[in-house]
Ligand binder design. Structure first.
Ligand code: CMC
Length: 431
C-alpha cells in the first residue's frame, strides 16, 4: 500500500480528497484517480493520453528524456547487438531470456504453426492486384479468427500460449503472401528448416523459376530491425490491442485491430511515408524548400520520421538503426544512392535548425528503417507490414499479460460532451 498521496481540492465546494500515488519500478509515479468521479462527480480530460497511464505492465519501459528503451529490463542496444528476434520474442512473452533448451523448444513450438489454411489463399484472390499489403494483412489476420474461434479458451494458460505461438508464426506467412499477391507471383510456402527471419526473406523473395540464396547481410539486418520494433509499451497500436481485447474478443481480431492502428502515417505507416517523402524531395537541392514547408503552420506537410510523443532527446532505436543503415548500405555497396543522400542532407539541415531542435524533433526509428528496407529490395508498401510482423510479438505479449491481470476491466473511456443539449424531434415537413 502506498503512503504517498496527492490532495485534490475542489475550489468551488471546498471539498478535498487524497489520491493515492502508485510507484513503478522505473519512471514517474502515477496518481490513481479512479475515485475522482465517485468523490467529486468529475471526469478527467487528457486528449491523446499525454499524461494518462492506461494500464500497468511489466514488459517494456521507455525513458523518453534520456532515450532509454528496455525490454524486460534489458537495454535495446544490447539486445540488438547480441540477441535474435526469436530470443527477444521469448523474452517479451515469458519475462526472462531463455536457456538454450528453452529457445530450441520455443523455436520448435513457433515453427510448427507457420502454415496458414489453404483456403486463406482464396481470400487474397478477392483483393485487387494493387491493394495495399496492410489492407490485405489486416483483413486476413482478422479472418484467422474464423479458423480459431471455438478452439480458443482464454482461461487456459496452455491454450493462451498456443495462441501466442500461432500469431507469431503466421504473421510472416501472411505478410509474405500479401507481397506475393501484390507482385502477381505464386505464394511461397514456409520452410521450417529456416530460422524465422530467413524464412520470411525466402517467402518474400524466392521464386519457383530460380534458386534463391538468402543474403546473410539481409538476414541479420532484418532480424535486427525486427528486434528494434518488437515492442514499445503503450503506443497507439498496443493500446488498441489492449482496448479491443478488454472485451474478451477473439485474439486474432485484436491483432487485426493493432494492424489497423499501426498503418497510420503518424505511427507505423511513417516508414513508408518517409521513403515517399524522400522520393518526392528527389534531390538535395530541394531539402531547404521541404524544411520550410514542414515549418509552415498553414502547410499540412510534416517531416516524416521526425518527432516522437515520448522521446524528446533521441530515439535509442534510431541510433542503432542509423548505424545499421550505414553498415548495411556500405556492405551492399549502395552507400551513394540518391535517396540516402537526400536523407542525410535532410537530417543534417533539420538538426541545425532551431525549429526542430527547440521542439525536440529528432529522427525516429522510421527515418532509417525505410532506407535499409529499400536497399534490401523491399517496395515501400511493404515497410509497414514488416513493422507489423515485428510488433506482433509486442501486441500478443501485452494481450497475454492483460488477459490474466486480476484488475482487468473492459476499457471504456469517458468524454467531455459539448454537443447540443436535449431537444424534441421535429417533423421533416416543419424543418
Ligand atoms: N514535422 C514538423 N513539425 C512537427 C513534426 C514533424 N514531423 N512533429 C511535430 N511537429 C511540431 C508540431 O507541429 C507541433 O508544433 P506546435 O507546438 O508549434 O504546434 C509540435 O512539433 C509538437 O507536435 P505534436 O504533434 O503535438 O506532437 P505529438 O507528440 O502529438 O506527435 C508524432 C508525435 C510522432 C505523431 C509527430 O511528431 C509526427 O507526426 N511525426 C511524423 C510522423 C512520424 O515520424 N511518426 C513515427 C513515430 S516513431 C514510430 C512509432 O513508434 O510509431
Amino acid at each position: 500500500m502506498t503512503s504517498r498521496t496527492v490532495t485534490v481540492t475542489d475550489n468551488t465546494t471546498g471539498k478535498r480528497i487524497e489520491m493515492p500515488v502508485r510507484e513503478g519500478t522505473h519512471g514517474p509515479p502515477v496518481v490513481e484517480i479512479k475515485d475522482l468521479y465517485k468523490e467529486f462527480g468529475y471526469f478527467t480530460y487528457d486528449a491523446g493520453f499525454t499524461s494518462t497511464a492506461s494500464c500497468r505492465s511489466d514488459i517494456t519501459f521507455i525513458d523518453g528524456e534520456n532515450g532509454i528503451l528496455l525490454y524486460r529490463g534489458y537495454p535495446i542496444e544490447q539486445l540488438a547487438e547480441h540477441s535474435s528476434f526469436l530470443e527477444v520474442s521469448y523474452l517479451l512473452l515469458h519475462g526472462e531470456l531463455p536457456t538454450r533448451e528453452e529457445l530450441d523448444a520455443f523455436n520448435q513450438a513457433v515453427t510448427e504453426h507457420t502454415m496458414i489454411n489453404e483456403s486463406l489463399k482464396e481470400f487474397f484472390d478477392g483483393f485487387h492486384y494493387d491493394a495495399h499489403p496492410m489492407a490485405m494483412l489486416t483483413g486476413v489476420v482478422a479472418s484467422l479468427s474464423a479458423f480459431y474461434h471455438d478452439a480458443i479458451n482464454l482461461g487456459d494458460p496452455g491454450n493462451r500460449m498456443l495462441t501466442c505461438h500461432r500469431v507469431l508464426a503466421k504473421m510472416p506467412t501472411i505478410a509474405a503472401a500479401a507481397y506475393k499477391h501484390m507482385m502477381g507471383e505464386p505464394f511461397v510456402y514456409p520452410l521450417n528448416r529456416l530460422y524465422h527471419t530467413e524464412n520470411l526473406l525466402n517467402m518474400l523473395f524466392s521464386r519457383p523459376t530460380e534458386p534463391y540464396e538468402i543474403n546473410p547481410i539481409h538476414a541479420r539486418a532484418l532480424d535486427q530491425l525486427l528486434i528494434l520494433h518488437a515492442d514499445h509499451e503503450q503506443n497507439a497500436s498496443a493500446a488498441t490491442v489492449r482496448l479491443t481485447s478488454s472485451t474478451g474478443t477473439n485474439p486474432f481480431a485484436s491483432i487485426a485491430s493493432g494492424c489497423a492502428a499501426l498503418w497510420g502515417p503518424a505511427h507505423g505507416g511513417a516508414n513508408e511515408a518517409v521513403l515517399n517523402m524522400l522520393h518526392e524531395i528527389g534531390d538535395v537541392s530541394q531539402v531547404p524548400r521541404y524544411l520550410e514547408k514542414a515549418k509552415d503552420k498553414d502547410d499540412p506537410f510534416r517531416l516524416m520520421g521526425f518527432g516522437h510523443r515520448v522521446y524528446k532527446n533521441f530515439d535509442p532505436r534510431a541510433k542503432v538503426m542509423k548505424q545499421s543503415a550505414d553498415e548495411v548500405l556500405e556492405l551492399l555497396g549502395v552507400e551513394n544512392n540518391p535517396t540516402l543522400q537526400v536523407a542525410k542532407e535532410l537530417e543534417k539541415q533539420a538538426l541545425a535548425d532551431p525549429y526542430f531542435t527547440d521542439k525536440k524533433l529528432f529522427p525516429n526509428v522510421d527515418f532509417y528503417s525505410g532506407i535499409i528496407l529499400e536497399a534490401m529490395g523491399f517496395p515501400t508498401a511493404m515497410f509497414t507490414p514488416i513493422f507489423a510482423v515485428s510488433r506482433t510479438i509486442g501486441w500478443i505479449s501485452q494481450w497475454k499479460e492483460m488477459i490474466t491481470d486480476p484488475q482487468l476491466k473492459i476499457g471504456r473511456p469517458r468524454q467531455l460532451y459539448q454537443g447540443v443539449t436535449l431537444r424534441d424531434y421535429t417533423d421533416i415537413e416543419t424543418r
